[in-house]
Structures are given as structure tokens and as C-alpha cells.
Design a protein. Structure first.
Length: 636
């Protein structure tokens, strides 16, 4: 079910400024009297940035700010991009860097590369003018017909990461991505005037055997191209030391580049990544190379280096880098081979606990990951991270990783990580039942600045999206975050809902119920109430799995069945069709299982014929219980 677009105009009396020098300035710049100026030969990105600035300032002030060429003799100007008024030197600066300065007469917004000026414009609108892009369909635009900003703004920003990406509905929206600094192009394509994005060409993951050297083409005639595993050739991985395989993958990769390469892009990525299984090649040649490196990454990095060398040797693709995985069996860094400068290594944290921070030495899986992170950071100039922010088995359940998102992002930056892909519920259109969009927003902001005020950012989102009752949901999140893990329990990406939130006491469950009720009472619009009801599904899911509150087995059988049935009906009404990542996790339509079995079995994975056969009998039994209950409780 598609959410209603909610562009919110709100009156403001003051604006907030970040990274300004000194205390609040007495002198101000009056935006309502200003002109926007751009160079007469401005780039298409600077033109676009100026147009977006005008659009939002007009919305805020109710005016019609004019865009003029820099040659015009105008006072009170907002200079956008490379004009004669800007003396910024961005030589050697990272793409996306920007400056914002102001006096009583002039504001300068200028930036480096394809994205710098656009980043500066959106930062000015958000941090200084009070706009917020919380979701693709929830945009906060303050109303202020007398908008002024301090006259002593002095901001310099350099991106913390060259590549940032996440994957829920909002992150696929160009405007949300621009406003919140997402640079990846897996799920969207920003136009050239929007500054473009960092594209994966051909495919973003598991390309070996999937996209390159496919077994349907080569295996029958050349099984030696494929992994020797367990004494037999298998179609699931390649033999990475086979010279013909190198030639085939090179030729097919160059064919992709021939069709998709954009020389004007800052960077493009070609993924040369292992298939999603552990059937690596054990032939004599591959085993010798792996043994010499103390890791199966020995063959993987050697292979990726060779593909990168061959691509670079063409002389045609200087802005292309090769990407490969440090994933599962290749996660340990090799000891005798080093990735080339134009090879990205994406270190994947799939085995980690996301209830403890990665640097928690008491958490064994995270301590093991930290060792790998430290080793890779010593040998890899372009280390990326694939991080996880979801329960892949029960995505509708609350996933309380809120307490680790910020510190983990800081750890990545502090270990010279250059790019992050934050995987969330990428199928959120089918399973929007938790706080997936909020996590997308918060993770986007953390990738812009890992050291921001995380609690304030979360509370701003909660109030902006859920209304005044958002403060109560912040208390709810604090409670469940405190129960994400305990001494024996970790938080993995495959989380059994029956054992999640360990140690939740009855009074805490009662308090959480009260907080959701208070949030609903304070909702000011139908859109806010709909957002609260949708996110409450995750709490109701947890209670159903753990037989708490209205789902308790201590009450009558009818009431417990009724609560189950109402939860199922609300899941359907709110558009939830998938409960987890795998194909069998589609929400079933069997009434009996919804009323009587644990919530995890409400999926097609458990669609045995017996349930359909006895379903009519169960419905009849339920209807009888309902009549008896209503007769005994006429005023209930």
C-alpha cells in the first residue's frame, strides 16, 4: 500500500546553524531580499543546484527569488557554484566537498566535483533553513516569510565516505538521496545535472557464474572452468587460477564496459564477486595460492587484481575500479597478495552481532570481525563495507540495532573505510512493518557524519514523521534497545522472534503498550496515525511471538485467537505481503494458522495441504467461540 505524500509546511521562529564560528551573530543575511547568482557558463550541476535552492526558498518564504547571472550588479546575493564571488580552491578536494560562508550582504555556496555544490545547497536548506527530507514522501519545509540567517556562517565539509548506499523505498528516490548524501547507484540513477551517482555496471554482487562465465554457457564443454569442490566439478563457483576463465571474464567485463561506461562519471564500479555459497575451488593450483596466503582470499584478490590490470591496460576506463568481496570464506585478509589501488574490497559483516558494537571485545563474532577489518585496512586502499540492518527471516519483527548503528559507522571511518552499503529491508514495499525508513534516514545521516547527535536526529525524525507522539516512540525504542542483547544472547541477521528482546519484564511490556497508545492519541493527521499504526506492527509481531499482552495464553482461547486474527488483518490491510527475505516467506492466507500457530508459521513455507483441509472446521469453531464470548460479555 503506497503511503500518502506528506509535504509539511510548518511555521518557524528561528533556524539552526551547524559549524558556525562564534556565538549567534547580531548581523543577519535577509534571504527574502536576496538574489541567487550563478556563472553565465555554469555547469549543468550548478544550474540544477541553483534551481533546487530557489524552489525550496520560494516554498519557505512564499516569495519568488530570481536567479541572475553573476555579471549582474546585484546586492544581497546567494552565490551558487563557481562564480567570480567564490574564491574557494577545491584542487585536490574530494568530490562532494563544499563550503558555505555568509556575511550580511552575501552567501557563498560552492563545491568540488560533480556533487559538491548540490551537497552544499541541500546542507544550507537543512542545517540553516530547517528543511528535512525524512522520507521520500515526508518532507518538512518550514514557513518563514521573514527568513534570515546568521551573517557569520563558515562551513567546510569533506565527505567521510566516497560511496554511500542503502536500499529501502526512500533511498531509491533521487530527491531523498540528494538531500541525504547517498551516492550509490544500485537502486536509482541520478541524472548528470543531479551530479550522477557511483554506478555498479552489469551487476552489484555475486557476478562470477551469475553474470560472468555462466555455467549454462560453458560447463558442458569446459567443466575445468569451474570449481573442483569435494572431488567433483561444480557449477556454483569458478576456478580462479584457470587462464581461460581469466580471458572469458575479462572479455565479458569489457563488453559490459563498452555498453555502460560513462567517462564523465567520477567513478564507476565493475563487480567481480564470488557466488553466494561456499563451494570454492580446491584444485591444486587454487589450493596452493590460498595456502600461501592463509586465506581463500588469496585466489580472489589475485583474480580481481588481474582483471583490474587488464581493464586498465585498455587505456579507456581510467574512472573504473574493480570490486570484489571479503565474504564468508574469503573474509580473512591474505598475507602475500595486496589489492591494487583500483580494486575495492567489500568486507561483509554477515556473521556479526548487531546488538553489540563491533569493537565490543566481549562479543566473540564481532571481535573476530574486527580482526579482519584491521587486517584489511592495513593492505587495502579502497576498503568498503557491506553492513546489515535487518532480520532476514522475520523482517516484520522489531530489530533493535539502534544502539550500534552510530558506533559501527564510526568504526568503519576510523579504519579507513571508503564506502558503505547499509543493507536494510530492501523489499520494504512488501514488508513495511518496522522502522525501516527511519533506519534508512539515520544511516544516511551517519554516513554523512558519523559523529552527529544521533538521539537528536532520531527524535527529529520521530516527531516529523509520527507527530508530537514521536517522543513516546523514542522512549519505546530506548526500552527495546536496552533489551537487544544480554550476556548470552546476540542479535544476528537471522533472529528468532521468540528469543528476541531477552529479559523484557511484564511492566516494561505494559509501558511499551502505553507508549504506542500515547503516540496515537497525539497524532495530528491521518498520515501520522497511519505511520504509527504501521510501525506498531513490529511490536505486535513481537508480542504475538512471545504471547504477551493481548496475545497472552493466560486469557481465553477466543481472545488470543481474535488478537492473532486482527494482527493478520492489519498486516494485509497495510500492504505487508512478505515476512522475510526468502521466497517461502510470503504471507499465507490460511486462517487456521493465523489464529493458532506461532507467527513465524504464517508464511507459505508452511502451506501444507492439511491446513487448508481443516480450515473450514477451524473457522466454524472460532465463530462458535465468538458467539459464546459475546453472549457472556455483552458489554465487552
Amino acid at each position: 500500500m503506497k503511503k500518502l505524500i506528506s509535504i509539511i509546511l510548518c511555521a518557524v521562529l528561528s533556524v539552526s546553524v551547524f559549524a558556525v564560528t562564534g556565538s549567534a551573530a547580531e548581523a543577519v543575511f535577509d534571504v527574502t531580499k536576496s538574489f541567487i547568482v550563478i556563472d553565465e557558463n555554469a555547469s549543468i550541476t550548478d544550474n540544477y543546484a541553483a534551481e533546487r535552492l530557489k524552489y525550496y526558498l520560494d516554498k519557505i518564504t512564499g516569495g519568488d527569488i530570481e536567479i541572475l547571472p553573476d555579471s549582474e550588479d546585484a546586492q544581497f546575493v546567494i552565490s551558487v557554484g563557481a562564480t567570480d564571488r567564490s574564491d574557494a580552491d577545491f584542487s585536490g578536494a574530494d568530490d562532494g566537498s563544499y563550503i558555505i560562508t555568509s556575511t550580511a550582504d552575501e552567501i557563498i555556496i560552492d563545491g568540488a566535483g560533480n556533487k559538491g555544490t548540490i551537497n552544499g545547497v541541500y546542507a544550507f536548506l537543512e542545517k540553516i533553513c530547517g528543511c528535512h527530507w525524512y522520507e521520500s514522501e515526508v518532507i518538512i519545509i518550514p514557513e518563514n516569510a521573514q527568513l534570515t540567517v546568521p551573517a557569520d556562517i563558515d562551513v567546510e565539509y569533506t565527505p567521510f565516505f566516497e560511496y554511500t548506499e542503502t536500499d529501502t523505498a526512500s533511498s531509491r528516490d533521487p530527491e531523498f538521496s540528494l538531500a541525504n548524501g547517498l551516492t550509490g547507484g544500485i537502486y536509482k540513477n541520478l541524472t548528470a545535472e543531479q551530479g550522477g551517482d557511483v554506478d555498479y555496471l552489469g551487476g552489484a554482487s555475486h557476478t562470477l557464474t551469475g553474470l560472468y562465465c555462466n555455467p549454462s554457457v560453458y560447463f558442458e564443454d569446459h567443466p575445468e572452468y569451474f570449481a573442483l569442490h569435494g572431488g567433483a566439478r561444480v557449477t556454483s563457483q569458478l576456478c580462479l587460477t584457470n587462464e581461460d576463465v581469466k580471458d572469458i571474464v575479462t572479455a565479458e567485463a569489457l563488453a559490459v564496459l563498452e555498453k555502460q561506461h560513462k567517462p564523465e562519471a567520477t567513478m564507476q564500479i565493475l563487480s567481480i564477486t564470488q557466488a553466494d555459497n561456499s563451494e570454492y575451488c580446491q584444485c591444486e593450483s587454487c589450493a596452493a595460492l590460498d595456502n600461501a596466503n592463509g586465506s581463500h582470499a588469496g585466489t580472489m584478490i589475485t583474480f580481481a587484481n588481474e582483471i583490474a590490470r587488464r581493464v586498465k591496460a585498455t587505456g579507456k576506463y581510467d574512472n573504473v575500479v574493480i570490486d570484489t568481496f571479503a565474504y564468508q570464506y574469503t573474509r580473512t585478509a591474505p598475507t602475500n597478495v595486496v589489492p591494487r589501488d583500483d580494486v575495492i574490497v567489500r568486507l561483509c559483516s554477515i556473521e556479526c552481532c548487531f546488538g553489540h558494537t563491533l569493537d565490543d571485545p566481549k562479543c566473540r563474532p564481532n571481535a573476530e570481525f574486527m580482526k579482519d577489518l584491521e587486517d584489511w585496512s592495513k593492505i587495502c586502499d579502497r576498503l568498503y563495507i557491506w553492513s546489515y540492518n535487518l532480520n532476514t527471516d522475520e523482517s516484520a519483527n522489531i530489530y533493535a540495532n539502534f544502539g550500534t548503528m552510530q558506533r559501527n559507522t564510526q568504526i568503519f571511518y576510523e579504519h579507513n573505510v571508503k564506502g558503505i552499503y547499509q543493507q536494510g529491508v530492501f523489499y520494504i514495499s512488501e514488508c513495511d512493518a518496522e522502522f525501516g525508513e527511519m533506519k534508512t534516514y539515520l544511516l544516511s545521516k551517519l554516513m554523512q557524519d558519523p559523529y552527529l547527535d544521533f538521539d537528536a536526529e532520531m527524535l527529529g525524525y520521530l516527531k516529523g514523521v509520527y507527530g508530537p507522539g514521536g517522543e513516546h516512540l523514542k522512549e519505546f525504542i530506548d526500552i527495546v534497545t536496552d533489551h537487544a542483547v544480554n550476556g548470552l544472547k546476540h542479535l544476528y541477521i537471522r533472529e528468532d522472534s521468540r528469543f528476541s528482546l531477552p529479559g523484557m519484564m511484564p511492566w516494561e511490556v505494559k509501558r511499551c503498550d502505553e507508549l504506542w497508545a500515547l503516540a496515537k492519541e497525539k497524532a495530528e493527521t491521518e498520515e501520522q496515525l497511519a505511520q504509527i499504526n504501521r510501525s506498531e506492527l513490529c511490536w505486535r509481531y513481537w508480542k504475538c511471538a512471545n504471547k504477551r499482552s493481548e496475545f497472552s495464553l493466560l486469557q481465553s482461547l477466543y481472545l488470543q485467537m481474535k488478537a492473532n486474527r486482527e494482527l493478520y488483518a492489519d498486516l494485509v490491510e497495510m500492504g505487508v505481503t512478505r515476512m522475510g527475505e526468502m521466497p517461502g516467506h510470503i504471507l499465507s492466507d490460511n486462517d487456521l494458522r493465523h489464529m493458532t500457530r506461532r507467527i513465524y508459521t504464517w508464511i507459505t513455507l508452511y502451506d501444507e495441504p492439511i491446513w487448508d483441509a481443516i480450515n473450514p472446521i477451524a473457522l466454524t469453531f472460532y465463530n462458535v467461540l465468538e458467539k459464546i464470548y459475546n453472549f457472556l460479555h455483552p458489554f465487552a
